[in-house]
Design a protein around this ligand. Sequence first.
Ligand SMILES: *Cc1c(COP(=O)(O)O)cnc(C)c1O
Length: 351
Amino acid sequence: MNYARPDIQAMTGYTPGEQPKGTKVIKLNTNENPYPASPKVTEAITRAAQAGLQKYPDASGTAFRMRAGDVLGVDPDWILCGNGSDDILTIATRTFVGENDAVRYATPSYVLYKTLAEIQGAVQDVVRYERDWTLGYEFVAPAERLKLAYLANPNSPSGTVLQPGEVAAIADALPCPLLVDEAYVDFADSNCLDLVRTNERVMVSRTLSKSYALAGLRFGYVVAQPAIIEQMAKVKDSYNCDALAIAGATAAIDDQAWLVENVAKVRATRGRLAAALGELGFAVTDSQANFVWAVHPTLSHEELYLDLKSQGVLVRYMRYDHWGDGLRVSVGADEQIDALLALLAPLVRGR
Ligand SMILES: *Cc1c(COP(=O)(O)O)cnc(C)c1O
């Protein structure tokens, strides 16, 4: 089949984390929330389904934007809804970046940025994180035709965070708009929402997939100044969020008490997981997300991953060019983490 555009044929495409069939596998590989979402979400979706789905949904997800606006302290016209925040990243790329324009992102980070650049036919300006997960001057250096920079904050796979002041300095120095991908921000101590108010070139994207335990619903959003939202709204699919997702997402963001409790549980388990991996000899990066990045000084990460997988525990084995590899372990429920640690201890000590 060689009718497809040559640059599409040349792509490998984004590979999502494994989603095994069956419920026996302990899944610690895609940063899903181990706990079920607020029961109010299911109620709202049921009500929306019972009301009937014969009509098109509200094209801009007004109900969600009103509720989220209250929660975040911004006007609803500062919010654009997406079919997951991956949709938001796609919309931003298509809004700002033309063929042969350049995009900038750091590595190791979210692998989708590369895929989006490739689909758009854009030049990729990839900046390597320093070993301590800070960013050097190259991230803000001027470059020809640079139209958009993506910054995952907290970053994946490291879980590290740049403070709002550092991100503000990056945004000011960059010659192009900056999309701060805050997929994991609810698990962190700080966020960059305030930067949007003062800097017309900053966008902050969020998702309900991780902290609201709704990866299956597909809902994300971006907060930016209305002039940007207006342009991005032209690019999105007319009905990019369905009626059930809008109803569920609105109920989810309305239940902040659920969020606070869930985030506290995940953060507590994160601390326990990081400490236990440290005791097993891993170097564990301080994480502000719902996963930890663990590197063992001597053992093969790939073999550890395969051994765990053969015993029913899936973690994410990550290997980055010119960087190295490691294991990214999602913060599961306490008993899932106990099961992982019980399997890992003999694997680590036996070698
Ligand atoms: C999970 C994730 C997203 C996207 O999540 P959606 O499920 O599409 O909302 C975006 N950025 C990063 C860094 C992520 O890890």
